[in-house]
Design a protein around this ligand. Structure first.
Ligand code: GDP
Length: 201
């Protein structure tokens, strides 16, 4: 599946004000600087689609893009600023946790992780929170062009191993690069298949 049309729908501050629409949603989230805007632009073949969310005031909102009139790509705010606050709600913000827990049309959340580093505490906490709240997610490793093939597989294994200490199984993962466009076909195909399954159920 190649994305043809990506239109900015709007920016929202709470799940209550999000579009009243039954179309499926796929959300993207990660620590700030993980490469989320670059990945969204790469997936949608746009040079600066996700720049909208980079404009002042929009980075802390739920930014909606309608893709091929079929589904919404939801660009969620980056997390990891409020490292000192104790509760998950404070760390990720009630807007994000409210959206993830309550948005009925949310089909999958892509959690972005920089492939170059060990699993960060904040990412682990966020992934665990998603698991505990039955939020469907996949892992997306970003910036794979910065490592060689063997380093990619050992880093992916190490991160998965760290998570498997607490979880019996893990959802699919994708290895991506906005520079080489690695992982693009795999993610769009996953979205395509998931959309078909969602329509059938
Ligand atoms: P965001 O804050 O998560 O939206 O991250 P950005 O997409 O703005 O990227 C943060 C920085 O990482 C920028 O300097 C990007 O050019 C760089 N970056 C993002 N994705 C990649 C990638 O796949 N490969 C490389 N080498 N750099 C990347």
């Amino acid at each position: 599946m190649n994305i043809q049309l990506a239109e900015f729908t709007g920016s929202f501050t709470s799940v209550k004000t999000c579009p009243d629409d039954s179309r499926a949603e796929f959300a993207f989230i990660g620590r700030s600087n993980v490469g989320k805007s670059s990945l969204i632009n790469m997936l949608t073949n746009k040079k600066s689609l996700a720049k909208v969310s980079g404009t002042p005031g929009k980075t802390q909102m739920l930014n909606y893009f309608l893709i091929d009139s079929q589904w919404y790509l939801v660009d969620l705010p980056g997390y990891g600023y409020a490292r000192t606050s104790k509760s998950v709600k404070d760390k990720f913000g009630s807007m994000i946790t409210g959206y993830l827990k309550n948005r009925e049309t949310l089909v999958c959340t892509f959690i972005l992780i920089d492939i170059r580093h060990e699993l960060q505490k904040i990412d682990k906490e966020f992934i665990n929170w998603c698991g505990e709240h039955n939020v469907p997610f996949c892992l997306v490793f970003t910036k794979s062009d910065k490592l060689g093939p063997s380093q990619i597989s050992s880093n992916v294994s190490a991160i998965r191993k760290a998570l498997l200490k607490e979880w019996e199984s893990l959802p699919p993962h994708f290895v991506t690069s906005a520079v080489t466009r690695a992982g693009r076909d795999e993610i769009t195909e996953f979205i395509n298949v998931t959309l078909k399954e969602t329509k059938q159920s």
